[in-house]
Design a binder for this molecule. Structure first.
Ligand SMILES: [Zn+2]
Length: 597
């Protein structure tokens, strides 16, 4: 098989619900299994009937790989494995394996217990699902089966996020998941080695953005928060449980300390507490700076930032609150937002991307009248600010990753179509490689080159070197080297033909081509032979020609012409060796035009 096929079931020309089917070397892999935050109906999960209409998925999928714990990358996992049915291996990193079930359980609680939805996975299903998970370390090659191996690389983005290199035989694919090419306050930058995959599947959330410097963004953020609380306003910062929350807490804590501010800062309990616990547990996955600081004091125990209690929502006076979830689609952040939205003194700062359908996405698009549950209308008067702190690669970062791993093809997922088009053009121009952007349910097919490694014998190389002098090989001037290709066991070797004959005890055979021309001509055969001899002497002057007494003509020792026949019709047999193909075929054409008329 020389084809690689990719079909997104989610995140094809879209952000959210990442789920990409990959066929490589006869193996089928599912990359991520996410849910869509913008939907509450069946569209929130990928449509697995695409894989099979009935029965379990186990026999159709060799493995599942989860890039990181964000729900838009793993939120459909228990549904897929326990309700649709998959018993094969699921791969993820150790931190992802630890944090993923907590987020899944939280998501289940919100959906089932608060919203009262049925037909959803249970706590028990999350547990059984997690038993199928095999945890991987960074840079550790894992053998999925005899033919397929996978290797994880650091992706930044959130704790435990990884890119995966998937290899089957000579073919390979890199899937990035979400990644960040610049280090932040708590995580390092993504990195991959020059693995030259046939295909790089990359996210493209910020495909058209080249973000301003980080420092400017941070200063802007602090100024906005400070201005608002100075005027007595309340600032709400909706965050994902893990990731930006820690980054922004560290930033605000340092600023509050420096400016000696007394305005209370809170973070919502529960998830954030748990999150900090995991950061401590997986400290080796965080940035160098945090690792160092951590030795002196606990970076995640804050002096100014205190746990939030629901009773504080209506407290008078200014305050800053970090609350989950990040897109204002449910939970505490939405509850606070509803209370603070009607007051124009207040402010909400969205620090990351919001998917279509969420309250976050609506207010960022300028909608100031929201219809909430029970047809209640909400007037949004507070200031809405957007500061991109979310840890995705921007256009520059994506281009950087392409130069780092040098793929033969690129495929874009997890982005909006218009932005993808822009990036696609840029990639084609800069790297002269193919770029694909299939929509959900659409299949992108790419041909791959097959490289077959061959060992070369030393004597053959030496012989070649003696021909050109002892010049070192030059990649820009490839030379053709002739030899005999021999298969020993499963290995191919290129050796000196003479050695090959000796090894196998064979005599050398010669390949000869023959052709016969028949035509009518009166007179003896010697007359025709004479005519041919004169023709050869005049047309092939540079070649030694021999005319023997039996009437046969030899040219260049290997091209032979023999005339036979009677008084009326003649046959001319021309034969030549493989090496003299040029002379032989030229002579044949010459005789055809001169004799057969
Ligand atoms: Zn993510």
């Amino acid at each position: 098989m020389t084809e690689i096929r990719v079909t997104p079931l989610g995140a094809g020309q879209d952000v959210g619900r990442s789920c990409i089917l990959l066929s490589i070397g006869g193996k089928n892999v599912m990359l991520d299994c996410g849910m869509h935050m913008g939907y509450n109906d069946e569209r929130r999960f990928p449509d697995f009937t695409y894989i099979t209409k009935e029965g379990r998925l186990t026999q159709h999928l060799d493995c599942v790989i989860i890039s990181h714990f964000h729900l838009d990358h793993c939120g459909a996992l228990p549904y897929m494995s326990e309700m649709v049915g998959f018993d094969g291996p699921i791969y993820m990193t150790h931190p992802t394996k630890a944090i993923c079930p907590i987020l899944l359980e939280d998501y289940r609680k919100i959906t089932v217990e608060r919203k009262g939805e049925t037909n959803f996975f249970t706590s028990e299903m999350i547990k059984t699902c997690m038993k199928k998970v095999i945890a991987v370390n960074l840079h550790q090659t894992m053998q999925v089966d005899d033919e397929m191996e996978i290797k994880a690389y650091y992706a930044g983005h959130v704790l435990g996020a990884a890119m995966f290199h998937i290899k089957v035989g000579q073919q390979s694919v890199v899937y990035t998941g979400d990644y960040n090419m610049t280090p932040d306050r708590h995580l390092g930058a993504a990195w991959i080695d020059k693995c030259r995959p046939d295909l790089l599947i990359t996210e493209s959330t910020y495909a058209t953005t080249i973000r301003d410097s980080k420092r400017c963004r941070e200063r802007d953020f602090l100024k906005k928060v400070h201005n608002c609380v100075e005027k007595g306003g309340k600032v709400l910062i909706p965050v994902f449980a893990l990731g930006r929350a820690q980054e922004l807490c560290i930033l605000l804590e340092t600023y509050w300390d420096r400016m000696n501010l007394k305005v209370p800062v809170y973070f919502s309990l529960g998830l954030t507490e748990k999150a900090n616990h995991y950061y401590k547990l997986f400290i080796t996955w965080t940035s160098q700076k945090i690792k160092k600081t951590f030795v002196q004091r606990n970076m995640f125990e804050f002096k100014h930032i205190k746990p939030f209690d629901r009773a504080y929502i209506d407290n008078p006076g200014p305050m800053v609150v970090f609350a989950t979830p990040g897109m204002l689609h449910a939970g505490l952040s939405l509850q606070i937002f509803r209370r603070w939205a009607p007051n124009d003194k207040n402010m909400v700062i969205m620090p990351g991307y919001c998917v279509a359908g969420t309250v976050g996405h609506k207010i960022l698009n300028g909608i100031r009248k929201l219809e909430m549950e029970n047809k209640q209308m909400l007037d949004v008067k507070l200031a809405v600010e957007y500061m991109s702190f979310s840890a995705h690669a921007d256009a520059k970062g994506i281009m950087q990753l392409i130069s780092q791993c040098e793929p033969s093809n690129v495929l874009l997922v997890h982005g909006e179509a218009v932005k993808m088009e822009f990036l696609k053009t840029k990639i084609k121009q800069e790297f002269s490689i193919d770029c694909f952007m299939p929509a959900n349910g659409e299949t992108a097919v790419m041909e791959t080159k097959h490289n077959i490694p061959v060992d070369i014998s030393l004597s053959l190389l030496k012989r070649e070197a003696s021909k050109v002098g002892l010049l070192p090989p030059d990649a820009k001037r490839p030379r053709v080297l002739h030899g005999a290709l021999v298969m020993k066991g499963s290995k191919l070797q290129l050796i000196d033909p003479a050695d090959a004959l000796k090894d196998f005890g064979l005599a050398e055979h010669q390949l000869r081509f023959t052709s016969t021309l028949s035509f009518d001509e009166e007179g003896p055969t010697t007359g025709t032979a004479d005519k041919i001899y004169q023709l050869v002497k005049s047309q092939l002057k540079d070649f030694p020609t021999h005319y023997s007494s039996d009437g046969s003509i030899t040219i260049s020792d290997s091209v032979l012409v023999q005339v036979s026949g009677d008084e009326e019709s003649k046959s001319v047999l021309v034969s030549w060796s493989y090496e003299d193909e040029d002379v032989g075929s030229y002579l044949l054409q010459l005789l055809k035009s001169e004799l057969v008329t």
